[in-house]
Ligand binder design. Structure first.
Ligand code: GLU
Length: 303
């Protein structure tokens, strides 16, 4: 790797300041049970702490976007009684900010262009070895990789406890802008969580390892990192989460009560009276218990 400096780091705990949480769906399809769990978990945590809850639509990957999905997601959240603070942030409106940071990182030798193919990376053993950063004449185009100086390999999760990732994964110079010109998730999520003042990221365990990359980026960008809380993932079989890609069924907008109670039960919470959704959520917030959420990365759905 280009820089041998190693750092392990636990997330800075900053109890001061207001709690700000968020739900950040990608508009690649309708909300399914797995995304309802993430929405509900982040909502209950934020509201039970008297905090804000924001929505961000992560629409920076047009090839994976489904037309109308962003509006449909927002309508579904409304039908389930979720009320968010502030206006919805669309990542597609933030590309100038992403590019400005990339330019800064490139100018400071904290990022570099890479033209290696997938095949070449496979030949390196699947983990990029930083070779384009060693070139006497650097590339001026291609994917952009972070010079991963922080190499964060562990952090403390507010539900799962200490999380440690594989050394090779932690030290890789990962992509922050793709060779097709699209901004990478890791860059956009960090800049937006910082921009929105998110104090704790609550999301599914599919992104638990990604938090180390995001922590490396926070360090490179000189930004304060949020805390983290990763929820169990709803899976069909071990290793296969419910997802839009595997055509998970959309949750029913007409009959939200049953799905809300199923999501509460998935999160280890007591059921609520199946009245109107606003009352159901209010009751769920009032009786929310973080310690009741199973500390499991995956829960296999039985139905
Ligand atoms: N947009 C991602 C998704 O829908 C979630 C990203 C995040 O919560 O950091 O899976």
């Amino acid at each position: 790797m280009s820089n041998p400096m190693m750092a392990t780091l636990t997330t800075a705990i900053s109890p001061q300041g207001p709690y700000v949480g968020r739900f950040a769906p990608s508009p690649s399809g309708a909300l399914h049970f797995g995304s309802l769990v993430a929405a509900l978990g982040s909502y209950l945590r934020a509201r039970s702490l008297g905090g804000k809850w924001l929505i961000r639509i992560e629409d920076i990957d047009p090839p994976r976007e489904v037309k109308g999905a962003a509006d449909d997601i927002l309508c579904t959240l409304e039908a389930y009684g979720f009320e968010w603070d502030d206006s919805v942030l669309y990542q597609s409106a933030r590309t100038d900010a992403y590019q400005a940071k990339l330019d800064e990182l490139l100018a400071e030798d904290n990022a570099y262009f890479c033209q290696c193919s997938r095949k070449q990376i496979q030949a390196m053993g699947g983990i990029y070895d930083g070779r384009c950063h060693q070139l006497a004449t650097p590339h001026q185009s291609g994917a952009i990789r972070l010079v991963n100086r922080a190499q964060v390999a562990e952090f403390s999760d507010n539900l799962m406890g200490k999380v440690v990732v594989d050394h090779d994964f932690a030290t890789e110079d990962f992509i922050i802008k793709r060779s097709d010109g699209l901004y990478a998730y890791q860059l956009a999520v960090v800049l937006d969580d910082a921009h929105q003042g998110i104090s704790e990221v609550v999301r599914g365990c599919d992104l638990i390892e990604a938090s180390c990359r995001q922590l490396s980026l926070y360090q490179s960008l000189g930004l304060t990192a949020p805390q983290w809380l990763h929820l169990p993932l709803a899976c069909l079989t071990p290793g296969f989460k419910l997802s839009k890609q595997n055509h998970a069924q959309a949750i029913d907008k007409q009959h939200p009560q049953a799905s809300l109670n199923a999501a509460l039960s998935f999160l280890g919470q007591s059921p609520v009276e199946p009245t109107n959704v606003a009352q159901m959520l209010a009751q769920a917030v009032a009786q929310f218990q973080l310690s009741a959420i199973p500390k499991q990365r995956e829960i296999i759905l039985t139905t």
